[in-house]
Design a protein around this ligand. Structure first.
Ligand code: NAD
Ligand SMILES: O=C[C@H](O)CS(=O)(=O)O
Length: 483
């Protein structure tokens, strides 16, 4: 089990309609991916409970949306304060169920809290507009109103941030929300719900339902009462949910898979490029949607970059997230390990060279050693699929035109990175890359103030920034005849 300062944050029941709901005889264990040990139990709920949660959200909507923006903002701010005050416990829960190193988990909790802080303020800046009427007898204006009852389905790799990045703008806008967290990481979601309740979020405004993803998701996507779905996860599941939402024409936010190119030109600051590669590639053991998935290194510095990266990666420490100094934790489960193994085996079978790693450590489990491959080509799986593991495949390129073409040769379009000191090249490359987010001379681009999201098959819409709250608002145009 997990040792917390506040043991009441470890829940084994769900929050529905202001009540904590258990399911005697219907519970699912939550396991530590580093050890396989059970760290908690959560209810295995389904369609009936999803329906109950939707009805509760609908009942709570009028009063919540009628509260002033300042009032909702104050509650969101209290939620922020409580998340920060309980960051150590939330990080402990996260490391226990997701495996990331404790320092990373703490960092994610603070990142997750930043969305609560940001949208506590943005709630008060939902502005409308007046429009000069084309005729003297009319007055035209635009107001913005909350979408209504919203659903959120979230992934396991960022168990806190992927929830607050949705719930914060939704509640700030005056919507109510049902969250279905990933089955692997429900404990963090339930602890956030405890703190939301303590912050004053009323019954029915925020609900967390754990259990049968297909059954719960089927009800959330099929209900006409649910006016919006915000999903973060794989592109494959995003397609399914998008089609399930079609009959009720829901508003959609989709944050899906990635295949980020990481481009280093000959004139790059090599120290900065190595630091950026480490941060982008190995964060969360490579299990982030914006991880560098392909590293394109210009011919003139290819060997030097490979050697420097190997030297830096050798300094990494793999192990349980609770161990001091650990920088690479376990992958989420055996399937994730097998996917990484298949990508490495495919690359080697097609001519790549293993510089380091390429195996599980002797201890086994869900760990996989940080890996570097050279001699990688576009024909290999690592070029076409999201590896979602600590594998850095290095591709060699000669010209700017060639690398832009290779970088864009994917159905994904979430994040891309490039390193150069040439100002003219910054503009050429940034504008030519077909991605929603581009990092120049940095491997870390995510924060609460910037619009996070992708193009092509990496998703729809943006989260965070001043744009993120628009996803939870409808525009209403009012035309008043005064003649
Ligand atoms: N773009 C982003 O911001 C972002 C962030 C994190 C993760 N991701 C992507 O998510 C993927 C990894 O996360 P994952 O393995 O949790 O993704 P996943 O798509 O397997 O699962 C995500 C969520 O969807 C639920 N789900 C799965 N099938 C469902 C169904 N048929 N009906 C209803 N719900 C269903 C899961 O229970 C989970 O809560 C990667 O592709 C990663 O790139 C994207
Ligand atoms: O997995 C992708 C998440 O969005 C993580 S982050 O926002 O880049 O930290």
């Amino acid at each position: 089990m997990v040792t917390l300062k506040d043991s009441t944050l470890l829940r084994s029941d769900c929050l529905i309609d202001g009540k904590w709901v258990a399911a005697p005889g219907r519970s699912t264990p939550v396991t530590d991916p580093a050890t396989g040990r059970i760290v908690g139990q959560v209810p295995d709920l389904g369609a009936a409970e999803a329906e109950t949660a939707i009805a509760a959200a609908a009942r709570a909507l009028p009063a919540w949306s009628a509260r002033t923006a300042k009032d909702r903002g104050a509650i969101m701010r209290r939620w922020f304060d409580l998340v920060v005050a309980n960051a150590d416990d939330l990080a402990a829960l996260m490391t226990a169920e997701q495996g990331k190193p404790l320092a990373e988990a703490k960092g994610e909790v603070i990142y997750a809290a930043s969305f609560l802080e940001w949208f506590a303020e943005e709630a008060k800046r939902i502005y409308g507009e007046t429009i000069p009427a084309p005729t003297a007898d009319k007055r035209l204006l635009v107001i913005k109103q909350p979408v209504g009852v919203c659903a959120a389905i979230t992934p396991w790799n960022f168990p806190a941030a992927m929830i607050t990045r949705k719930a914060a703008p939704a509640l700030a806008a005056g919507c109510t929300m049902i969250v279905k967290p990933a089955e692997q990481t429900p404990l963090t979601a339930l602890a956030l719900a405890v703190l939301a309740e303590r912050a004053g979020v009323p019954a029915g405004v925020l609900q967390v339902v754990t259990g049968d993803a297909r059954a719960i998701g089927g009800v959330l996507t099929g209900s006409d009462v649910v006016r919006k779905l915000s999903f973060t996860g794989s592109t494959e599941v995003g397609r399914i949910l998008m089609s399930q939402c079609a009959p009720t024409i829901k508003k959609l936010s989709l944050e899906l898979g990635g295949n980020a190119p990481f481009i280093v030109f000959d004139d790059a600051d090599l120290d900065a490029a190595i630091a950026g590669a480490l941060a982008s590639k190995y964060r969360n053991a490579g299990q982030t949607c914006v991880c560098a998935n392909r590293l394109y290194i210009q011919a003139g510095i290819y060997d030097a970059f490979a050697a420097r990266l190997a030297e830096a990666v050798r300094a990494m420490k793999i192990g349980q997230g609770t161990e001091p100094g650990v920088t690479v934790g376990p992958l989420i489960d055996g399937d994730a390990v097998r996917k990484v193994e298949s990508h490495v085996a495919d690359a080697l079978a097609h001519g790549a060279t293993l510089v380091m790693g390429g195996r599980q450590p002797p201890a086994g489990g869900n760990f996989y050693e940080p890996t570097i491959l050279t001699g990688v080509t576009q024909k290999m799986k690592v070029a076409r699929e999201e590896t979602f593991g600590p594998v850095a495949p290095l591709f060699r390129f000669e010209t700017e035109e060639e690398v832009i073409a290779m970088a864009n040769d994917t159905e994904f379009g979430l994040a891309a990175y490039f390193y150069t000191e040439n100002v003219r090249r910054v503009w050429r490359v940034a504008e030519a890359l077909e991605y929603g987010m581009v990092g120049h001379n940095t491997g870390l681009i995510s924060n609460e103030v910037a619009p996070f999201g992708g193009v092509k098959q990496s998703g729809l819409g943006r989260e965070g920034s001043r744009h993120g709250i628009e996803e939870y608002l409808e525009i209403k145009y009012l035309c008043s005849a005064i003649g």
